[in-house]
Design a binder for this molecule. Structure first.
Ligand code: CTP
Length: 402
């Protein structure tokens, strides 16, 4: 999945021959799962039609402050457009448009939108080779980058003038690749390795039976996906579940029993920055699992259970640099019990679920949690979908490294 998926992209098109390539650019953004809106300078409409771009972007295209042909016309709100976008791309950025961006000469909707935008702005220059090297153009590059705009350098090749050299707008594929790489590299968890445990564990009674629980693994999976989307590399150690993490940053290791989960965690723990124990690990397992299927010969059956190793506590003992997050599911004295677990398991943060809260717990799509950190700072959260709880947990990690 592209990092552009779900992103709101505002494409600003200025009047150069390379504008015809923006039809492909819009298609690529849409294919990557982005929502695209287009603002054009009046001159760019000579090179590509608003109809083409609105058809491809599935959104109206704007180029003037209001539509003169419409009676009772409403103004095209450049402030709203600028605030809507996750980022803006100005492609092609002509010498004229860049100069106006640099000086703040606000004589068209594109420049007004650019000046209103609070989001990152990429610009992809396009012009003839001598124009590209002119001191005034170079001055625009410098000013625009000093303002924090990100330049997508022009490429070298045949130009519309018939000359050959530097100045061709980067190809649409390269613009997309440039932006994707830039976003990835700036993600807040880029370079961080995170271990996540998820799902239930199954403890064998005999070769065909086990003791398990109802955990679906969704909480752990949501955490893994949210962290991966913020650039982290994830080792997801999952008990038996039907859910699958499809993300290039997530490596899933399937285990069955608590002991297997424990061993896998210890194999990876030394090399991770963060560990999040979201698995519902069995606390007890059959002491002597039968190697043969148990026959129903007796009227009653007693199975002796022994404690499993507490994986989280073992990681707490071992940790040096790792930020360690655990969960607690409590029914009484919630806060006190959770605080005791922070100390006992040497945690940095605990996510407390209280079964007393309506809408919280195993079988709901929502959860209501309280965060308690190792200094016992307590932060109750609202009832929200589990995906958003996962996001809150990831934000805690981002804050820790900020
Ligand atoms: N956990 C673990 N290994 C275990 C048991 C629990 O890693 N063998 C982790 C869970 O992944 C979770 C936290 O410990 O992060 C949950 O603990 P919880 O079940 O609430 O409490 P326990 O510590 O097991 O204590 P108790 O059941 O007595 O409340």
């Amino acid at each position: 999945m592209s990092v552009l998926s779900g992103k709101k992209i505002l494409l600003g098109i200025s009047g150069g021959i390379a504008a015809y390539k923006t039809a492909s650019l819009v298609r690529l953004f849409i294919k990557a799962g982005a929502d695209v809106r287009v603002v054009m300078t009046p001159a760019s409409k000579d090179f590509v039609t608003p109809l083409t771009l609105s058809t491809l972007s599935k959104n109206p295209v704007v180029s003037t402050f209001f539509n003169e042909e419409e009676k009772d016309a409403e103004w095209n709100n450049h402030v709203e457009l600028g605030l809507w976008a996750d980022f803006m791309v100005i492609a092609p950025a002509t010498a004229n448009t860049m100069s106006k961006m640099a000086s703040g000469t606000c004589d068209n909707l594109l420049i007004a939108t650019y000046l209103s935008a609070k989001c990152p702005v990429y610009f992809a220059p396009a012009m003839d080779l001598d124009m590209y090297k002119h001191p005034s153009t170079l001055a625009s590059f410098t000013s625009l980058q000093k303002f924090g705009n990100i330049m997508i350098p022009a490429e070298t090749g045949e130009l519309a003038s018939g000359l050959s050299g530097e100045g061709r707008m980067a190809e649409p594929e390269n613009i997309v690749a440039f932006i994707e790489a830039d976003i990835l590299q700036k993600l807040p968890l880029k370079g961080k390795k995170i271990l996540v445990t998820a799902g239930p564990t199954y403890e064998a009674i005999d070769p065909v039976r086990f003791i398990g629980n109802h955990s679906s693994g969704k909480m752990g999976l949501d955490i893994a996906l949210k962290a991966a989307n913020q650039g982290a590399e994830i080792i997801l150690i999952s008990g038996p579940t039907h859910l699958q993490a499809k993300h290039q940053n997530i490596q899933t290791i399937f285990v069955t029993s608590a002991q297997e989960m424990h061993d896998a965690c210890h194999q990876y723990f030394d090399n991770v920055d963060v560990a999040i124990a979201a698995a519902a690990v069995a606390d007890y397992r059959p002491k002597n699992p039968s190697s043969q299927k148990i026959k129903k010969t007796e009227a009653t059956l007693q199975i002796e259970l022994e404690k499993t190793t507490d994986i989280l506590a073992a990681l707490g003992q071992k940790k040096n640099k790792q930020f360690l997050i655990g969960f607690a599911l409590e029914t009484e004295n919630e806060i006190e019990n959770a605080k005791a677990k922070i100390v006992k398991k040497n945690l940095d943060l605990i996510v407390l679920n209280s079964l007393n809260d309506e809408g919280a717990g195993f079988k709901t799509q929502t959860n209501k949690v309280t965060f308690i950190d190792k200094n016992f700072h307590t932060e109750p959260m609202n009832l929200k979908p589990k995906e958003q709880v996962a996001e809150d947990i990831i934000n805690k990690i981002i804050q820790h490294y900020a």
